[in-house]
Design a protein around this ligand. Structure first.
Ligand code: ZDR
Length: 316
């Protein structure tokens, strides 16, 4: 049975509502740590959201979060996201996230849209939220109705060493553009961009031909990316339309990746694959995101959906 509470009562209830009350594989029989959660997804990139607005740090450890993300023994998710107290008055809230393997990324683009929807469903009635993340200030704006959530994702980090990537820099601003790297016995042309978290972007003729399950992990863990990396394979369909497949650091193949989508649009412009100006549609396995790298302030804007799936309680 779901535990009643103020925030849960405020949650939208849909046909696919489920109530979950179970122990996950790694919990011991005497564990009493109750966890109240809500599940959301952004284009199939799915997250377990925890209301820790009265806390400065997450109420779950990374290994507890990993257990909850297990798709067979837990709730299932690509990550666990915590809504926390802001560190100072400049912010409305803070966000922390654990990947499904328990590692902690700096930022999550689809996750922050889910986070904003979660805040709205908790009754935090604001049009925009100033969120503190480990990648700095991120501002999701609720567009209303079917228009989704637009997120000011800040400026991309182009300097290779700052991504971090140790390949020789070969582009403007110390960037790494179409640089050669060998992984999984193949030679690749890689582009390194950070949106607070690292991304390795590779342009291919046909995303369907990519062997994601072996090329993905070989690139994720390549020593040229000392903090590991998210990996995006990208096909150029038109000047304003890209198609991508992603292998996420710490999560494997996912249906969508917000920060990755921002990073690959920046990389496509920098590598001369598409012109700069206006919104670019990016088709991911889970649907479309719209990205603009605005010239006037160098910031990247991402627009896309976030959906409530179900809520419940469990124990770890
Ligand atoms: C890619 C991601 N899901 C998003 O939408 O931006 C972020 C998750 C974090 C990612 N796996 C990382 O940087 O470790």
């Amino acid at each position: 049975m779901a535990t009643a509470s103020a925030w849960m009562n405020n949650m939208p209830i849909r046909n696919h509502f489920h109530s979950i009350n179970k122990s996950t594989k790694n919990s011991n029989l005497f564990s009493t740590k109750e966890v109240e959660f809500a599940k959301y997804h952004g284009l199939g990139n799915d997250f377990i959201l925890i209301d820790d607005r009265d806390k400065a740090t997450p109420s779950l450890t990374s290994s507890e979060s990993e257990s909850l993300c297990n798709r067979n023994f837990g709730i299932g998710g690509d990550g666990v996201i915590f809504a926390l107290k802001p560190p100072s008055e400049e912010y409305d809230f803070a966000m922390r996230i654990y990947n499904s393997d328990g590692s902690e990324p700096e930022m999550c683009g689809n996750g922050i849209r889910c986070y904003a929807k979660f805040l709205e469903d908790l009754g935090e009635g604001k049009e925009e939220f100033k969120i503190h993340t480990l990648a700095g200030l991120i501002i999701p704006v609720m567009k209303g109705g079917d228009k989704g959530i637009a997120v000011d994702m800040g400026e991309p980090i182009l300097s290779g060493p700052d991504v971090p990537c140790t390949l020789d820099v070969n582009g403007e601003d110390n960037s790494i553009v179409e640089q050669t790297l060998t992984a999984n016995g193949k030679e690749w042309k890689v582009n390194a961009v950070s949106m607070g978290n690292p991304h390795c972007i590779i342009f291919v003729d046909d995303v369907e031909a990519v062997d994601l399950s072996t090329d993905g992990p070989a690139l994720e863990c390549h020593p040229s990316f000392p903090a590991k990396t998210n990996v995006e394979f990208v096909q150029v369909a038109a000047d304003n339309h890209l198609i991508m497949k992603v292998w996420e650091r710490g999560a494997g193949p996912t249906l969508a990746c917000g920060t990755g989508t921002c990073a690959l649009v920046v990389a496509a412009i920098r590598a001369g694959k598409i012109p700069r100006g206006g919104e670019v549609r990016v088709t991911l396995p889970g649907g479309d995101l719209y990205i603009e790298w605005r010239e006037e302030n160098n910031k990247v804007y991402m627009t896309g959906p976030a959906e409530f799936v179900f809520k419940g309680n469990t124990s770890v």
